[in-house]
Ligand binder design. Structure first.
Ligand code: MRU
Length: 354
């Protein structure tokens, strides 16, 4: 094991999904990876909102960061004497950004931060907005690195892990949440085997996660989502490590559809279940998971693979893209503010107040 050595971030973190050019936002187009590496340039806030909705940029922290830069873009060309005046004028653009996706709280959280600094800003409000967007991104990267080490510390040497969706550099400012823990765990020699579920219907695991790990030289084994229980039964994995889109005041956690069934299967097989997310994903204002709006997407996403139709015409489909894992099925929530074991109302309140 190698946990006394600092993690070589240059080796374990190559990809950046979001780049601010100084006057536009450049997004790595996650709809096209892994075979086409292409960027989309957004020059106004509605283009950012459209990119968030279309999953050009995705992953809870990444959409919060993109939305913050979207506010900076909305401010271009706006004439206002101070932040309070600008805030009123920018509200419609911020409301459109906020409506782009409903489940990940990081989007509303980032916009609330932008509103907060704007309300207090003077005549230099445009500069204040740009500094805040950059701070949101920088803090996310720092949180991920911190969580990586904390989460990896829970994993016994020689363990296997299963992850779901994509929670890596692609989904954040860099390094990733659950994937950050996996990177740190591999770097420290704790994690011996990494499995990634395909994550139907959008295939974030198959298209993004295994590709992203490959850039770091981390071998990951792809499994069909439906292979997860069987995999656990073989004894090959000791932890399921996932990200989050919203963590409620009682520890209930919304994440990519399929996470809930992984948590049930993990409990059945004695496999531990870890949620890794920055405190920007914690929503102490939502009491429990039933109060979370679950995004429903176009049922057409289920009718084919890679643009090729596989389902007969005239079939109906239901396509919720997130589910809620009860806090009682979670062994550890890892944030940059601390690790919450066996989360419940009291443990969450002790960690996050409210
Ligand atoms: O629909 P997506 O791809 O945006 O869903 C992403 C997830 O569910 C992730 O697990 C979550 O946002 C955490 S990303 C660090």
């Amino acid at each position: 094991m190698n946990d006394n050595h600092a993690i070589d971030y240059a080796r374990y973190d190559h990809i950046r999904p979001i780049r601010w050019t100084g006057d536009a936002l450049e997004l790595l187009d996650q709809r096209k990876l892994p075979f086409v590496v292409e960027h989309v340039l957004c020059s106004d806030s509605d283009a950012v909102a459209a990119a968030i909705h279309a999953l050009t940029v995705r992953g809870a922290p990444a959409i919060g960061i993109a939305a913050a830069w979207g506010v900076v873009l909305a401010a271009r060309g706006l004439d206002a004497g101070d932040g309070a005046a600008a805030l009123q004028a920018l509200e419609p653009a911020m409301a459109r950004l906020n409506a782009a996706r409903p489940t990940a709280v990081n989007l509303a959280w980032a916009l609330a931060r932008m509103r907060g600094v704007l309300a207090a800003a003077g005549s230099d409000w445009k500069q204040v907005l740009a500094l805040e967007a950059q701070a949101i991104a920088d803090e996310d990267l720092a949180a991920n690195r911190h969580m990586g080490e904390r989460g990896a510390g829970l994993i016994a040497p020689g363990s296997g892990v299963l992850t779901h969706c994509n929670t890596g550099s692609l989904a954040t400012a860099g390094f990733g949440t659950a994937l950050g823990v996996i990177r740190a765990g591999v770097a420290q020699g704790r994690i011996a085997r990494v499995f990634a579920g395909e994550t139907r219907p959008w295939l974030q695991g198959a298209r993004l996660t295994v590709w992203e790990l490959q850039q770091d030289g981390i071998d990951a084994t792809l499994v069909a989502d439906s292979a997860a229980s069987h995999l656990m039964k073989t004894g090959a994995v000791q932890w399921v490590v996932v990200g989050a889109d919203r963590i409620c005041a009682n520890g209930d956690t919304a994440n990519k559809i399929g996470t809930y069934q992984l948590a049930i299967a993990a409990r059945h097989h004695g496999v531990k279940f870890m949620v890794v997310a920055p405190s920007s994903t914690v929503d102490m204002g939502t009491a429990h998971g039933d109060a979370i709006e679950i995004e429903q997407r176009d049922p057409g996403e289920l009718f084919g693979v890679g643009g090729v139709r596989t389902v007969a015409e005239g079939i109906q489909a239901w396509n919720p893209v997130f589910d809620v894992t009860p806090g009682s099925l979670i062994d550890a929530i890892v944030t940059e503010k601390g690790v919450i074991l066996d989360p419940d109302v009291a443990a969450m309140r002790a960690a996050f107040g409210g």
